[in-house]
Write a protein that binds this ligand. Structure first.
Ligand SMILES: [Zn+2]
Length: 114
């Protein structure tokens, strides 16, 4: 998949998640931290975000990963990567990540049936 195909998927989900007020730059990258398959780096004061998707990700996992990362922008101040509060509250961090992932899967399934 090319970067412009990736941008198209992100544009679609940006609208569905009502995130049009954000300026989102999304790209495929090789050097994500650890085993992460996606990363979202928001700058809340500018409503500006960089989203990185792991370059060798199987095509079948790309859309879900985009939805997951964009969902984080609905909670831009509550994210383990941007604050260290979840390193102290690991349980909440895990619940939050699991919640985001389940909502992303539910949304992807719901739109598939349309
Ligand atoms: Zn996440």
């Amino acid at each position: 998949m090319t970067n412009s195909q990736l941008e198209k998927i992100a544009n679609t989900w940006q609208k569905r998640l009502r995130l049009q007020n954000w300026n989102i730059k999304i790209t495929f990258e090789d050097n994500l931290s650890g085993t992460a398959i996606g990363e979202c780096d928001p700058h809340c004061e500018f409503l500006d975000a960089k989203v990185r998707i792991r370059a060798n990700l199987p095509e079948s996992e790309i859309e879900l990963t985009v939805i997951h990362e964009l969902l984080h922008l609905r909670f831009p101040h509550v994210n383990p990567g941007w604050h260290d509060m979840f390193q102290v509250h690991q349980l909440i961090g895990n619940e939050f990540e699991t919640g985001i992932e389940m909502i992303a899967r539910a949304l992807q399934d719901a739109y598939k049936k349309k």
